[in-house]
Each structure stands twice: as C-alpha cells, then as structure tokens.
Design a protein around this ligand. Structure first.
Ligand SMILES: [Zn+2]
Length: 120
C-alpha cells in the first residue's frame, strides 16, 4: 500500500506538517504511522524533536489489479493433443495461454503470482 504520512513537530500547528511517502505492506497505514512515530519519539537522538501524527493519505490501496486478457488468436491452436488459445494483457502486455477450458496462465513463470502492474 502506498501512503503519505503527514507529521509535525510536537506542539506546532498542523499547518507546519510535512509529508513523507511510504510503500509498505500493511493492513492499517494509520496504525503503522502512529507506531513508527512512537518508535521515533522513543529513540530520539540529540537534536531530534519529538513528532506528532497529523494524518495519513492513502495513495493506492493494495487491491490487486487484474490482467485484462484479450485473446490474440482467431482460431484455437492445435498442437499434438493440446489445444489452446493465446492471450495478451491489454494493460501490462504479458502473454498467456489457456488450455481447453482451464485458467489463463501467464507464459512466464515469474508472472504466475503477480497481479497486473497496469500500463507503464
Ligand atoms: Zn496485466
């Protein structure tokens, strides 16, 4: 999940807050930010000022994007005893095959468990 943490020095007005972008695998960014600031405040070094949480803005939630498969062959391809259709994702461009009525499986093993990265 991508989110932006807005924080400020303790006792300052919210208008003095500044932002930091994070990309963390967390369920609750707010809890993560509070905990991070708590740890920061608990381990202050000389010259550092305690910080206060202001707000968190979620930039991208982690709902995986699904590949938009588009069939690229007109007629089912027959090869020996196999027959399959070829697909290409309209968003990220990876290619895949579907044997018979099975699932659409990416051609490259590294893409098996990855969700779509979208258009780049
Ligand atoms: Zn895709």
């Amino acid at each position: 999940m991508m989110f932006t943490l807005w924080s400020k020095y303790r006792g300052e007005p919210d208008s003095k807050a500044w932002s930091e972008d994070y990309n963390q695998l967390v369920d609750d960014p707010r809890a993560w930010c509070l905990e991070t600031l708590e740890t920061f405040n608990a381990t202050l070094r000389h010259g550092e000022q305690p910080r206060e949480f202001v707000r968190v803005e979620i930039k991208a939630n982690d709902v995986p994007l699904r590949h938009q498969w588009h069939k690229t062959n007109l007629v089912t391809i027959m090869k020996g005893r196999d027959n399959y259709d070829t697909y290409r994702c309209e968003l990220c461009g990876i290619t895949a095959k579907r044997y018979g009525v099975g699932d659409i499986v990416p051609d490259k093993k590294k893409d098996f468990y990855k969700s779509c990265v979208g258009t780049r």
